[in-house]
Design a protein around this ligand. Structure first.
Ligand code: BEZ
Ligand code: FE
Length: 287
């Protein structure tokens, strides 16, 4: 049978009929249906299709050991967060994208340590508990945290200014499932724009900014780990994250505190900025 506009989709679907791996067949046939529907919808010229292939080629060529432009493309198209959201545990803290800056191992630190190794910013305490969905504290849970500084740069972006491990730490909760550490309030910052994804944002009049946030990966025995952020409530771009990662349950006040007792407990002086953020881990078996 001739390959025509009418028969095209059926022909390609049939070509995958004998795929042994059932999931692979399902994925490729669905991709075929959606890709053909997209092509029929936009009816590209030969030049336009060539430009699309050229764009994807440039995305691939921008990738290396430390730069993943395809993930960035998935991020700005909202696909990364859609996959996160579909896979997130229903009764745990919501998950968000990991992002490209978790590229070095965070140093192990003691509760209360500062991850601001330069001590130049406004002191801020982040504290909370790691809990099960029914509110039971999880002692010995691990929190891997990383963030940019007050100017919006991660340590790996400023090797001449920030020591390695600045803004990073791995902590364990105490016997009551509590954690606390000192830091600075992070800034909003732009995602990398020096590649084809930056060109796409520019051509579509989209800004590249992410609202201020601290990244967390939290794990505990018997529970599903979560990769998430705490967002600074009054940050610019909180309503228009370039990668669509903001969820209202993750937005937290970074409020000025004059609580002398709390300051003493955390080893800081008043006034200090205090963000309180509890993390709920669903059981390993939860969907
Ligand atoms: C980040 O938050 O580190 C990030 C996430 C997605 C794209 C770029 C940066
Ligand atoms: Fe980030």
């Amino acid at each position: 049978m001739d390959y025509t506009v009418e028969t095209a989709t059926e022909a390609v679907l049939a070509s995958f009929r004998d795929t042994k791996d059932e999931r692979l067949r399902q994925v490729l046939q669905s991709l075929t249906r959606h890709l053909h529907a997209f092509v029929r919808d936009i009816e590209p010229t030969i030049e336009e299709w060539g430009a699309a292939i050229g764009f994807l080629t440039a995305v691939g060529q921008k990738c290396d050991d430390t730069r993943q432009e395809f993930v960035l493309l998935s991020d700005v198209l909202g696909a990364s967060m859609l996959v996160e959201t579909l896979n997130g545990a229903k009764d745990g803290t919501e998950s968000t994208v990991r992002g490209p800056f978790h590229m070095t191992a965070s140093p192990r630190r003691d509760l209360g340590d500062s991850i601001d190794l330069l001590g130049t910013g406004r002191p801020c305490v982040v504290s909370g508990r790691v809990l099960t969905p029914d509110g039971t504290p999880l002692p010995g849970a691990e929190l891997d945290v990383w963030q940019c500084n007050e100017k919006g740069f991660y340590d790996v972006q400023q090797p001449d200014v920030q020591p390695p491990g600045n803004g990073r730490g791995r902590f364990r909760t105490d016997d009551e499932g509590r954690y606390w550490f000192c830091t600075v309030v992070p800034s909003h910052y732009p995602i990398p724009t020096d590649g084809p994804v930056g060109a796409l944002l520019k051509a579509t009049v989209r800004h590249p900014y992410r609202p201020a946030h601290i990244h967390f990966i939290v794990s505990a025995e018997g529970q599903r780990p979560v990769t998430t952020h705490v967002f600074v409530a009054d940050s610019p771009y909180i309503g228009s994250d370039a990668v669509f990662a903001v969820k209202s349950g993750l937005i937290t006040d970074f409020a000025e505190s004059h609580d002398e007792q709390a300051a003493q407990r955390f080893g800081v002086t008043v006034p200090f900025t205090h963000a309180k953020f509890d993390i709920v881990l669903a059981p390993e078996t939860a969907r």
